[in-house]
Design a protein around this ligand. Sequence first.
Ligand code: ATR
Length: 270
Amino acid sequence: MKQFAVIGDPIEHSLSPRIHTLFAAQAGIDLEYRKLRVHATELQRDIETFFTNGGTGLNITVPHKQTVFKLCKSLTPRAQLAGAVNTLYLEDGKLAGDNTDGVGLVRDISNNLRVTCRNSKLLIIGAGGASRGILEPLLALSPGSIDIANRTHSKAVELVSLFQHLGKIRALSFSELSIEYDVVVNASSSSLQDDIPAIPEHCLTKSELAYDLMYASTATPFMAFAAQAGAQQQSDGLGMLVEQAAEAFSIWHGYKPETQSVIASLRSLH
Ligand code: ATR
C-alpha cells in the first residue's frame, strides 16, 4: 500500500489524514496516511527515512515549511515564490517540493465562497510565511490592488519588495489603513493567540468577504470582529485546508478529488 504522512510539531490535531482518506475513497485508491510529530533537529533524517522506506508523499506543516524548502533538490516556481514547501515527493530519486497553500486559498475563495477578486481591493494582514505563500496566486487573480499591513511594518515592506513585479501591491501600517476593502484576509497568527489584529473597523464595513486562514469549530476572533464591523461573509480556513490537500492529492495520484462534500463532512464533525 502507498504510504503518505504529514509532518509537523505539534501534529495531534491535524485533519490531513482524514481529508486524504476521504479523497482516497472517492478515487478508489488504497493508501495509508499518518501524522508524524517531528522535531526540527530530526527533520532531514526523518524525511530521508520516510522515502528510503518506500514512502510516496509527505505534507509539511508548521513549523517546518521554510526549513524543508531548503532541503529540496528541486522546487516548483510557486514553491520558490512562497519560500516554503508543504508537499514533497521524489523526482528521479531526489527530493522535490511544491507549495499548494496559495492555490488552496484561491480555490476556496473563488469556487467555494464564490467571491471574485478581479479588480477588487484586497487587504492582507500579516507578513509571515503564510502571507508569502498566498501572495502570488492572489495577484494572479488580477485584483485592483493588494495592501499588506503588518504589526511590524518593515516585514510588510520586505514582502512587497519580493512581489511588486507581479502586480499592484503596497505595504501600509495599521494606522495608514484608510479605505474600505472588498476582501480582507487575516494571514497573521492573531487568532491562535485569541487576539484580533489592530486594524480599523472601517476596513471591513463594506467587505464582501473576511477570511481567516486559521480554522476553528466556532468563529475565530477575527471573524467575529469582521461580522460586527459589517462584512457580508466571514470564513475560516477549513476550505483552504481541504483545497490545498486536494492539490497535493492530485500531484501524487493524478486524480482531482471533489472537495465540497469533504468540507461539509469535516464541518459536521466540529
Ligand atoms: P507564519 O509563518 O505562519 O505566517 P509567522 O512568520 O510567525 O507565522 O508570522 C506570523 C504573522 O502574524 C506575523 O506577521 C506577525 O506579526 P509580526 O511580524 O509583527 O510579529 C503576525 N501576528 C502574530 N500575532 C499577531 C497579533 N496578535 N496581531 C497582529 N499580528 C500578529
